[in-house]
Design a protein around this ligand. Structure first.
Ligand code: ADP
Ligand code: MG
Length: 257
């Protein structure tokens, strides 16, 4: 891990990233730059490596090569068998808030306790301060009145908004969304996209894996189309979605009309 001075406005820089599971090469040579405060939508067919790329950024998956810089922290991966030091891992993880398709809230904890858990356990924040932070974040996702409710009493959309508040509670520099609305009933999708849109408007740096093309077109600054572990095409959201240059991108997008 090296502290580096960042001369530009790039918040995330992924360079020559490689990942394989056994003989299955999942990410071939990925290069991505994300400006601070911008939103990147990562699109592509099932199995193209979208989740693996996000998981590499959160060290849930350790790459086989390349480097990842987030803010002022850089990891260089030269061999998949070498794990970064525990302290560096913890820093990286808490700096990237991840929201999954399935929310994985603690069922035996209230909504407030779910959101407080990270700050309390990982950051050793005093309880009163963690509670205050959690209440602020629940207000932000429109769930101030659900603080004392248990997750099983919430709709899918409400659970996902709690999951977003929980990720934000670690005060990450970057938010990663992996198909955050894919498991939701259609009528619940908009409330979660609304929270994501608000976060983007506030200047959060975000990478979102999504099949919501209208949302990506509207909210993302840049869209990246990934197929078979390779970036086939990337560009400004509207340009890429309305007018893809590559045949493979066109074929993929035709499924969403
Ligand atoms: P996507 O999110 O675009 O659908 P994934 O990143 O989940 O794609 O998967 C890309 C490829 O990596 C698939 O072939 C998948 O089977 C494989 N893969 C993902 N995670 C693992 C894992 N933990 N072990 C082995 N293979 C995996
Ligand atoms: Mg996936």
């Amino acid at each position: 891990m090296t502290g580096t001075v960042t001369p530009d406005n790039t918040k995330i820089e992924i360079t020559n990233l490689k990942k394989q599971f056994g003989s299955n090469i999942v990410l071939r040579d990925i290069n991505v730059k994300v400006d601070a405060g911008s939103v990147v939508a990562l699109i592509g067919p099932s199995g193209s490596g979208k989740s693996t790329l996000l998981r590499c950024m959160n060290l849930l998956v350790i790459p086989n090569g390349g480097r990842i810089r987030i803010g002022h922290h850089t990891f260089v991966f030269d061999d998949g068998s070498k794990m970064p030091r525990a302290k560096d891992q913890a820093h990286f993880r808490s700096n990237t808030g991840m929201v999954f398709q399935h929310f994985n809230l603690f069922p035996h904890k209230t909504v407030l306790q779910n959101v407080m858990e990270g700050p309390l356990v990982v950051k050793r924040m005093p309880k009163a301060q963690a509670a205050q932070l959690a209440r602020t974040l629940l207000g932000k996702v429109g769930l101030a009145d659900k603080a004392d409710t248990y997750p099983d009493r919430l709709s899918g959309g409400q659970k996902q908004r709690v999951a977003i508040a929980r990720a934000l509670a670690m005060e990450p520099e970057v938010m990663l969304f992996d198909e955050a609305t894919s498991a939701l009933d259609p009528e619940l999708v908009a409330e979660v996209l609304g929270v994501m849109r608000d976060l983007a408007a506030e200047g959060m740096t975000m990478i979102i894996v999504t099949h919501e093309m209208a949302f990506a077109r509207e909210v993302a600054d840049k869209v990246i189309f990934l197929r078979d572990g390779v970036i086939v095409e990337e560009g400004p959201a509207r340009e890429l979605i309305d007018n893809p240059k590559q045949e493979a991108t066109r074929a993929f997008l035709s499924h969403f009309h």
